[in-house]
Design a protein around this ligand. Structure first.
Ligand code: ZN
Ligand code: ZN
Length: 366
């Protein structure tokens, strides 16, 4: 069932064409194609002009494209010439198209040379980087619902497998259990490689799940997300395996407070840098600024890192209703371990709504 918001997405693309003074936009990035068309397959191009939307895919996806993208005219990339030949055909049938926007960062040099070689002589290729990505920063209601669904699946999987978190279980085995539970609950897959970082390994923010068996007294940081229907979730919890020390408890509470303050500051008009600073300044005042090395958060949507959002470099990122960002402060101490807590937060007209719902106080398990 095509999203009722697809017409609005096309309209936004067409407004962008007018602003950039280009006659058409060729989309070759599959996430951007999917965003504009509703297509869920893995290979397709889309061409958007002020009065036309042309969809180009191969025979594997023709039926799916017809069902999912009714607002597009379907052109099939048949024959040995493939996509370049089909595009040449499309352009030669539309001689009025003179200035063509394309996604310079999304095509390889080889692809681009092929595309240019086969295109009509009068066609001017104009690089339009980040045009659709900028639109994708603001989610419509369908996209928010898709993210909420990806969150519900990830959270349900966590609740299902959390009782397995006990001394003796290897990090990789817990990661597999979580991935499996998400698939069973309806995820197309994990949104990214699940992180399980235990004990001193927790000091590496992006340690992947390895062979280390969980041990009593560990803090265990788990960072996971589901990918469902083209949208993702991204959640982190740090739990403790008994016995937990006062220092572990106090540092977890500190990171949680940094997160609480940063989330409270999220509202339209604030910059990503300002929100990052709320958490960073708080941790710095308490003596842990150096131990918080990464950005506070990022946009999520069709991708896990779906554009910048909350970092020291985000002075130009102005929060707007419809953005969905993660808020994930952390503290990492060499030879000791780490703590990170991550929520997914929707920017709303009035401020924000936290979309993740798992408890985030320190749980002592085992
Ligand atoms: Zn994460
Ligand atoms: Zn994240």
């Amino acid at each position: 069932m095509p999203s009722p918001y697809l017409e609005a997405r096309l309209a936004r693309v067409r407004r962008a064409l007018a602003e950039k003074e280009i006659d058409a936009l060729l989309l070759t990035d599959i996430d951007n194609v999917g965003y504009v068309s509703g297509f869920t397959g893995s290979t397709a191009y889309a061409l958007v002009t002020p009065d036309e939307a042309v969809f180009l895919t191969d025979s594997r996806y023709t039926l799916r494209a017809r069902q999912e993208c009714p607002q597009f005219t379907l052109a099939q990339a048949a024959g040995s010439g493939g996509y370049p030949e089909a595009l040449t055909q499309i352009f030669s049938e539309r001689p009025h198209l003179k200035k063509l926007g394309f996604e310079a960062q999304r095509v390889t040099v080889t692809q681009w040379e092929q595309l240019k070689k086969d295109s009509p002589a009068g066609l001017e290729w104009v690089a339009t980087d980040g045009l659709i990505e900028a639109l994708r920063m603001i989610k419509d209601a369908d996209e928010v619902a898709a993210i909420q669904n990806a969150i519900a699946i990830a959270e349900g999987a966590w609740e299902t497998v959390k009782p397995l978190l006990r001394p003796g279980l290897r990090e990789r085995d817990f990661a597999l259990e979580l991935d499996f539970a998400m698939r069973r609950a309806g995820a197309d897959g994990s949104a990214f490689e699940t992180i399980v970082a235990s004990g001193a390994l927790g000091a590496h923010p992006h340690h992947s799940a390895g062979d280390r068996p969980l041990s009593p007294g560990d803090l265990v940081t788990v960072d996971w997300g589901a990918s469902v229907g083209g949208y993702v979730s991204d959640i982190t919890r740090t739990v403790g395996l008994a016995p937990i020390t006062e220092q572990q408890r106090a540092l977890h509470a500190l990171v949680l407070e940094a997160q609480r303050r940063a989330i409270a500051a999220v509202r339209p008009g604030r910059t990503g840098k300002e929100i990052d600073a709320v958490a960073r300044d708080f941790l710095t005042e308490r003596g842990y600024g150096e131990q918080f090395g990464h950005s506070l958060g990022h946009s999520i949507g069709r991708k896990v890192h779906d554009g910048p959002a909350l970092s020291v470099r985000s002075e130009k990122v102005i929060l707007e209703p419809g953005m969905v960002v993660t808020v994930e402060p952390g503290v990492y101490i060499e030879n000791w371990g780490g703590i990170r807590i991550e929520e997914d937060v929707l920017v709303t007209e009035g401020g924000h709504e936290v979309l993740t719902h798992l408890p985030n106080e320190l749980e002592e398990l085992g």
